[in-house]
Design a protein around this ligand. Sequence first.
Ligand SMILES: [Zn+2]
Length: 382
Amino acid sequence: MTDSIYFSPLLPWQQSLWTQLTERVLAPPHNLPHALLAAGMAGMGKRAFVWRFVAWLLCHQQASHRQGACGHCESCQWLKSGTHPSLQVLPLTSMPLDAEHENAREGAKSNHKKSNSSNKSAKSTSKALVTIKVDDIRALQPFIYQGGQGLRICVLDYAEQMTIAAANALLKTLEEPQAQVHLFLLSDTPSKLLPTIKSRVQQLPLQHIEPSIAADYVQQALGVQQALGVQQALGSTINREIVSPEQIKQLLQLTNGAPLAAVALAQADWYGSRALWLTTWQALRSGKRSSLAASDYWQQQLSLSDFIKLTELMLLDIRRINMGLVSIQNDTELPKALAQHKPTEMSMQGLVDSLQQIKISLQQNIQEKFAYDKLMQALAVL
Ligand SMILES: [Zn+2]
């Protein structure tokens, strides 16, 4: 077996949908919808589900491997080598290569050390800017309309990135379903999809996850990973209770209940730096540390984009506490710090403006040092 996304384990909250869809394929009248949409925010596992299902649909041993593609037949081999003749993927950069690649896109994962973080952020920026053009959709037509060639599958990832012309071209295809052709659309922001597209595809119910199932999954995923780390370090026995239920609740609250995003958040360097952020803020405010020194320090710790995420989370909670609401984070000293000093609405707006400006200039390759200096100056007067 490989760790490729095509053959990764089914996520616990997807089992009933999996059974439902595979039964529709295997049992008469074999009526799997022509076009399916997997939509919803990142971190729910919709890409993992779709790629796994695509692999199974194409697998030559599907009847005897109902829980997922066999991993050995000719079709599965083609998938592994990225050369399946019956699969077309748009945008071209979306072809999954391995599970890590997928996780990086699906979750808010950023547990990468500083050394490769700038490379990472450049990569994710280019993904976000990708568009699906009308020529891309037209290039699919021969594949879709060739006829008599057995099952064919098209996957359109980031479907919301279609231009209007591309969406209209796709609409024609959706209106003329072809035998043995299935289209899968994926979207993190389905609100940006044309209503006419949405009305012609069947949406997969992937975005509702029972809170208890989500919590169990996060507990299991983090518990096992932490235990493996401990085991490697100490050779000790596995302890699955390392992550507390409160911590898991907080992680899920911060990721709107998306389990994969919650696991990625727990592993993100920036999430682990919240106490340090608080220390820096207090040192800057009291004048114990200069903004330049703080800037130098943080440049070694986190990429600028991660520091922005960290600052945004802290600001969100500062706002909540200032309004008399309960802090989302129960594991920081933030309420204590705010009891000593409450930032004014104006100073918070100043920081928000700085963050906004820097985010815009990040796309124009701003110097990280310059941006970090500016942010630390804004933090010093918060
Ligand atoms: Zn197979």
